[in-house]
Design a protein around this ligand. Structure first.
Ligand code: GLC
Length: 562
């Protein structure tokens, strides 16, 4: 990794590459804000909170799916790609939201789910009503079962959410699903499937959407030729060579070349970011200018709270940016992972990442005693100042700007995640990071903390009130105030892509780096205070006393002439 990247940033407000260093706020629409009292957040709820988003200072929002859906997988089971779930609103509500966000200078990114539809999609219903071998079945992945009457699945492959990856349809055929059985995989060898997704991209682009987050971008193209490899082989996914029959096959890039042509029909061109869980050496291709444009870098989300892990994650992200010719992305959490404040507040275990520790904590206990909330919040604040100070885009998951914790002890009957259902309750799944946001400390409206007049699903715990926006907005030391300050400063300071490691604080627990202009960052992953280099402290995640930065803290400095 070279020490310094070449500055490339242009400063026009209407840049074609606005996304390259954007702060993108992820909205999980069902748990963001509810205006109609059904306990499920809606599009009008997003519109009502545009002033909050503008005050926070984000450049864009990414909306997780809001399409008609049975919510078998939180909306990632899409019934109709070109409509809004009636429980969340209408297309007119969507247009109003886009206008309001754009009016506040905020771009809009929507989630596209091309790997699978829902089993309620018109195409899948037609496939079920049609004969084996029919045209309707070609849009999905149907195969004959084995044994008498096809009573056995075509092979022993398992789905990502647990249980077999094949579901019988009653006539000797089975369909393939990577995820829940309500999410049949589409057949991307089919020309109509390919053309229809381009129609969807144009549909939303024509409505003013600025970009797309592409779900499971590495899964569309599959090699299902027979004989099938056994599951013992197929379950090894982390391959650097594109040889896996289901993931990251080279053919997928041909699809994105076609999508790029669609994006480039618009001015500015539409943007896309890939969720591609692939070997880091293969991620750059998804992010290239000929492909989707950017790809998520999950290394920081998986990092342990230590200087070595963070340095590795930064080096890896910046190398990928160089390789792809794009910028990389930094994120600490999303709707699929245990909240960052909780991950960093659980005891560390040698040889295991915080993600793994949190998964076990959730499935075995999920109650508070093991969790040091204050420590987790302190580290999450420090981590935020790292991710927000790196070249590239920063993605912030809703509620992380409040330092929210995972709700680890949701009752089994309120769990919605198919992971919880398909594991027979052995795993809690992802609902604990999807509990609706607390907007006000007093549960004045119905039973929720300002989320909406009709309660919240899954229910908010009592302690959520302490994290409410109304409490934090007035407190200069709150995590919300820290994010607001950091985002304001970032907009001023982040003027080019330069980055260089420094050794101004020689301590194995400390990372120091220089960014654009006079901007320097010191992150202390240890528990002892360290002396900061001479300079002006612009913002810090914990109070700097006598020029010393406490443990588990990050500071941004202005060091002229360094
Ligand atoms: C992605 C989404 C996740 C969803 C899965 C299947 O990984 O982020 O929430 O369950 O795809 O669509």
């Amino acid at each position: 990794m070279p020490d310094t990247l070449v500055p490339t940033r242009a400063d026009s407000a209407a840049r074609r590459d606005w996304w390259q260093n954007a702060v993108v706020y992820q909205i999980y629409p069902r748990s963001f804000a509810d205006t109609d009292g059904d306990g499920i957040g809606n599009i009008a709820g997003v519109t009502s909170r545009v002033p909050y988003l503008a005050r926070l200072g984000v450049d864009a929002v990414w909306l997780s799916p809001f399409y008609p859906s049975a919510l078998a997988d939180g909306g990632y089971d899409v019934d109709d790609y070109r409509d809004v779930d009636p429980r969340l609103g209408t297309l007119e509500d969507f247009d109003t939201m886009v206008t309001a966000l754009h009016g506040a200078g905020i771009k809009v990114i929507v989630d596209i789910v091309p790997n699978h539809s829902s089993d309620r999609h018109a195409w899948f219903r037609e496939a079920l009503a049609s004969e084996p071998g029919s045209r309707a079945r070609q849009r999905y992945i149907f195969r004959d079962g084995l044994g008498p009457n096809g009573a056995q699945p075509p092979n022993d492959w398992q789905s990502g959410f647990g249980g077999p990856a094949w579901e019988p349809v009653g006539d000797g055929q089975w369909y393939f699903h990577h995820f829940a059985k309500e999410q049949p995989d589409l057949n991307w060898d089919d020309e109509e499937v390919r053309e229809d997704f381009k129609r969807t991209l144009r549909f939303w682009s024509d409505r003013g959407v600025d970009g797309f987050r592409v779900d499971v971008a590495h899964g569309l193209v599959k090699d299902l030729s027979e004989p099938f490899a056994p599951w013992s082989e197929v379950s090894v996914v982390d391959r650097p060579d594109g040889s896996h029959p289901l993931w990251d096959r080279d053919g997928v890039h041909e699809i994105y070349t076609g999508w790029r042509r669609v994006f480039d029909e618009y001015d500015p061109p539409r943007f896309a970011v890939a969720e591609a869980c692939v070997h880091p050496s293969r991620r750059a291709r998804y992010a290239s200018a000929k492909g989707l444009g950017q790809a998520f870098n999950f290394e920081m989300q998986d990092a342990g709270w230590c200087a070595a892990d963070y340095r590795k994650a930064v080096d890896s992200g910046l190398s990928q940016a160089l390789e792809s010719g794009s910028t990389t992305t930094w994120l600490l959490g999303c709707h699929d992972s245990c909240r960052v404040a909780t991950r960093y507040g659980l005891p560390t275990e040698v040889g295991r990442t915080p993600v793994e520790v949190a998964r076990d904590w959730l499935s075995t206990d999920g109650a508070t005693p093991m969790l040091d909330r204050a420590l987790g919040e302190r580290r999450a604040r420090a981590a935020a100042l790292v991710t927000l100070s790196l070249p590239g885009s920063a993605y912030v998951y809703q509620g992380d700007e409040l330092g929210l914790h995972e709700v680890g002890d949701l009752r089994p009957e309120v769990l919605e995640d198919p992971i919880a259902h398909r594991s027979g309750g052995r795993e809690k799944g992802r609902d604990g990071c999807r509990v609706p946001l607390p907007w006000s400390a007093e549960p004045a409206e119905g039973t929720s903390f300002g989320f909406g007049p009709g309660g919240a699903q899954p229910p908010q715990p009592e302690w959520f009130g302490r994290y409410a926006v109304s409490v934090q907005a007035e407190d200069p030391d709150s995590t919300l105030s820290l994010y607001r300050t950091a985002l304001r400063l970032r907009a001023e300071l982040d003027t080019d892509d330069s980055f260089a490691w420094l050794d101004s604080v020689p301590d194995a627990d400390v990372l120091c780096y220089r960014r654009s202009g006079d901007w320097q960052v010191v992150a202390n992953f240890g528990s002892e205070p360290v002396a900061l280099p001479a300079g002006e402290v612009l913002v810090s995640s914990a109070p700097v006393v006598g020029g010393r930065l406490p443990g588990d803290a990050t500071a941004w400095l202005s060091v002229p002439g360094a």
